[in-house]
Design a protein around this ligand. Structure first.
Ligand code: PMP
Length: 351
């Protein structure tokens, strides 16, 4: 705290991102990156952009990327918004689309950035408890609200909500924006993008950080009715008119066009996830059903915080959350078979 800080900054409670260690010998299974790496076509597109063109500002609207996303989903490009990581896209949505006269609703166990944005933008919120199986219950969202947001699959549980349940939430709330944060949708879920034409109150948010393995490039997007997209553009143009640089636009567009690399690497993650769950169950772990590139597990005999600390000493980092209902769980990012084996070897030493 400093006397030079504004009253606004004094009151901020910022988000704390997962650890990004410098030591490359660590097996890093803590922030849901994708171990299989970006599309070679995306890397080539960025290489091609490295030259004199960097002298010039990028396209402020990232039209080339919007078109690539529109082609991928067979939708019109005016339904697409692009930004600097989905964290930024979410921030614009919180500021531009949620009302202040009623509380925003989101699950009690969810992405911990949501309450931070509420603090930043002065939005009141109410959390809605997950059911006893850690699932979102659509009926619980049929109450007055200034908007609804949840990840699908949810984070950090990995549990998927079927599209029929999402439609029930949309139908019960025709006057609120329902933001479905699909950061992890490509690892076994069905996207809600196909519902956008029928529900003008639906905004779907996605990222290239997970299934397209470009967390370092910082690209996210939203898909929704053009009226919702216009609100995001207004906020963006009042904040940073060039959120995506030339490399990001070129690389992200090429990543969307490379369907072969995308589906091969997503399938490899899914396959690796199923093998890891089976191996952990043999060790006595219980895992929630995951449709994401991470799993949420607990062991009846081991304290999760202690286990995370011991694993770290052995060079494997996983994520532990302090929330009381989930403090006996660990969130483990799916690695390559070799990384998963390193985790299993470290756990074998615990017995
Ligand atoms: N939504 C959820 C649910 C996430 O877990 C994350 C990753 N921390 C994000 C959004 C943000 O991803 P990014 O900013 O890398 O696009």
């Amino acid at each position: 705290m400093s006397r030079f800080w504004s009253p606004f900054v004094k009151n901020l409670v910022p988000y704390v991102p997962g650890e990004q260690p410098k030591l490359s010998r660590l097996v890093k299974l803590n922030t849901n990156e994708n171990p299989y790496g970006p599309s070679p076509l995306a890397l080539a597109a960025m290489q091609a952009e490295l030259g004199d063109s960097l002298r010039l500002y990028p396209d402020p609207n990232g039209e080339h990327l919007k078109q690539a996303v529109a082609d991928y989903y067979s939708i019109q490009p005016d339904r697409v918004f692009v930004g600097n990581g989905s964290d930024e896209v979410l921030a614009h949505a919180f500021q531009g689309l949620f009302q202040h006269d009623k509380p925003l609703l989101f699950p009690d166990i969810t992405y911990s950035f949501y309450p931070v944005y509420c603090g930043l933008y002065g939005i009141s919120f109410e959390t809605v408890a997950l059911d006893e199986n850690f699932q979102i219950r659509a009926e619980d969202y049929a109450r007055p609200n200034g908007g609804i947001v949840f990840p699908n699959p949810n984070a950090p549980t990995g549990c998927l909500l079927p599209l029929v349940a999402i439609e029930r939430i949309l139908q019960a709330n025709p006057d609120s924006v329902v933001l479905v944060d699909e950061a992890y949708i490509d690892f076994g879920g069905e996207t809600a993008v196909g519902l956008v034409d029928r529900y003008p109150n639906l905004l779907v948010c996605q990222t290239l950080s997970k299934s397209r393995s470009l967390a370092g490039l910082r690209v996210g997007l939203a898909i929704g009715h053009p009226e919702l997209i216009e609100a995001l553009e207004r906020v963006k143009n009042s904040f940073n008119s060039y959120p995506l640089d030339r490399l990001a636009i070129a690389g992200a567009a090429a990543a969307f066009a490379d369907r072969e690399h995308f589906s091969r690497t997503c399938n490899a993650v899914i396959d690796s996830r199923e093998r890891l769950v089976a191996a952990l169950q043999v060790l006595g772990f219980e895992a929630l059903p995951s449709a994401a590139n991470f799993i949420f597990v607990r062991h009846p005999a081991w304290d999760a915080a202690q286990l995370a600390a011991t694993l770290r000493e052995q060079g494997v980092i996983v994520r532990h959350f302090k929330h009381p209902r989930i403090e006996q769980f660990l969130r483990i990012t799916i690695g390559t078979p070799e990384q998963n084996q390193a985790l299993l070897d470290a756990l074998a030493g615990q017995q």
